[in-house]
Design a protein around this ligand. Structure first.
Ligand code: ATP
Ligand code: MG
Length: 330
């Protein structure tokens, strides 16, 4: 009898050790993603001008001459996609397109493989297009340049395309690099002759020319995002430009349940939250909607606690109320 007890105790001990090790591993992952110094530079129109002028000049000077070999990415954060739910298919497609040219640039050359130049992310608002682009840069250890197409459009003639070329120049000096163009439809709308917008036409042409500048653009990848792929000019989607198209869809029930767990698990809860039920009543919600529901419910619970310290934590009814508010606006 005693031996049976000892075996059972031993098995329980193994389970406990396994659970502790898994928790430590998970915490280390979290620590790494939030604290690792990013080589990745997140830039925008505003702070690129603030970067040391001399450094930028130096980089630009090298940009034209240093094209013989595309540097291999270092300092990668390989779990960068782990906190995005329900996007496995999209992530696989992106990895497929970029893995060879970013990690094995010399081999790609040797085998004369034409590397991907552009990836178009499309799907409804709040499905993670911008988040995936950022995570891609972290995953591959690339310089990340964030551009909003509408910000690029300047009212001064000639200014917009000069700006765009400047970002490509910066990318050439900081390879491997990902240039992310958000809301590409603003400049890449079909040109129908009726609605001629000269500034955006010229900007679109500049983008196409930059993307066609193959040799010097080795190690530079453009990711663009839109909610309206149907209105994009064919010049953009033609082979050799954004020839990889990746769709981001609204999450299914299972993913919605995981999203509720993700956005509620670290917040104080007043009672057991039925994430499965919540996922059933949120058909059509995007990840951004679910995040907003959880954040607003948290604000509501905090305000209640401030009024009455005995009432701590988010209640199921707080969440349902926020769900109803968002459903009304869908
Ligand atoms: N798959 C996901 N898993 C977890 N969180 C997500 C996911 N997708 C989006 N989110 C969250 O939703 C918010 C909005 O996401 P994001 O800005 O990436 O969406 P988007 O598709 O670029 O939206 P838009 O079309 O409005 O620009 C972010 O805070 C992000 O954390
Ligand atoms: Mg976005």
């Amino acid at each position: 009898m005693k031996i049976v007890y000892e075996i059972i105790s031993f098995i329980i001990l193994i389970f406990v050790i396994h659970a502790i090790l898994s928790t430590v591993h998970f915490l280390l992952d979290l620590y790494e993603i939030y604290t690792k110094p990013f080589k990745t530079k997140i830039l925008n129109m505003f702070n690129i001008k603030q970067k040391g002028k001399h450094k930028h000049k130096e980089e630009s000077k090298n940009a034209g001459t240093n094209n013989a070999t595309a540097p291999v990415a270092t300092n990668r954060i390989t779990n960068a996609f782990n906190f995005l739910i329900g996007v496995d298919e999209a992530v696989e497609k992106i990895k497929d397109a970029l893995e060879l040219p970013i990690i094995y640039p010399e081999k790609v050359k040797e085998y004369r493989i034409k590397p991907a130049k552009g990836i178009l992310l499309y799907g409804p608002p709040g499905t993670g297009k911008t988040s995936i682009a950022k995570a891609t840069a972290l995953y591959f250890g690339c310089t990340f340049i964030y551009l909003k197409a509408s910000d690029l459009l300047s009212s001064r003639v000639g200014e917009s395309e000069k700006n765009l070329s400047k970002y490509f120049e910066y990318a050439r000096a900081n390879k491997p690099a990902i240039i992310f163009i958000d809301e590409i439809d603003t400049i890449g709308m079909k040109r129908d002759g009726m609605n001629i917008n000269r500034a955006s036409d010229i900007l679109l042409n500049t983008l196409l020319v930059e993307m066609d500048g193959l040799i010097s653009n080795e190690g530079i990848f453009v990711i663009a995002a839109t909610n309206r792929p149907d209105i994009l000019d064919e010049a953009l989607t033609r082979p050799g430009r954004f020839d990889h198209k990746v769709e981001l869809k609204l999450p299914n029930r299972e993913s919605r349940e995981k999203l509720f767990v993700l956005y509620l698990s670290k917040r104080p809860l007043a009672e057991t939250i039925d994430a499965r039920y919540l996922s059933r009543v949120t058909e059509g919600f995007s990840p951004a909607d679910i995040r907003a529901v959880c954040e607003n419910a948290a604000v509501k619970a905090l305000k209640r606690e401030i009024k009455n310290t005995a009432e701590k934590g988010i209640k199921m009814e707080d969440i349902i109320e926020e769900i109803n508010k968002i459903r009304g606006s869908l």
